[in-house]
Design a protein around this ligand. Structure first.
Ligand SMILES: [Mg+2]
Length: 120
């Protein structure tokens, strides 16, 4: 599923209910809540804070998807095309950070354009 389809599916889900989209600051609070749940799971797995006895391990992928769902909802509510925004962000990183990190390929340009071609 690409981001356009993801935004459309989230819109179809939310639009079927009378309540519709939450206001932006409510969505922001929900996003922070979900990021907190993701942080909690990562902290349990990789940090010093271990789980309580009997506390079940959560599904890391689903915690990430919870974050994405709320971000998609916020983008829809705000009229943001996340596919276009991600393209612009990847280009920003390509321009800004192409020489910032040690390359595995010995110095070729960054390839975050999705082509996989080292010489597009
Ligand atoms: Mg969650």
């Amino acid at each position: 599923m690409d981001l356009k389809e993801a935004q459309a599916r989230v819109d179809a889900w939310i639009s079927q209910f009378e309540e519709g989209y939450w206001p932006p600051l409510v969505n922001l609070a929900r996003l922070v809540e979900e990021v907190g749940e993701l942080a909690r799971e990562l902290n349990h797995r990789h940090g010093a804070k271990t789980k309580k006895p009997g506390e079940p391990e959560q599904d890391l992928a689903l915690e990430m998807a919870d974050v994405l769902f709320v971000l998609l909802a916020l983008a829809n509510e705000q009229g943001v095309d996340l596919s276009d925004a991600l393209e612009r962000t990847l280009e920003k990183y390509r321009v800004r950070d192409s020489t910032r990190w040690a390359r595995k390929d010995g110095g070729k340009d960054a390839l975050i354009d999705g082509t996989g071609d080292p010489n597009p």
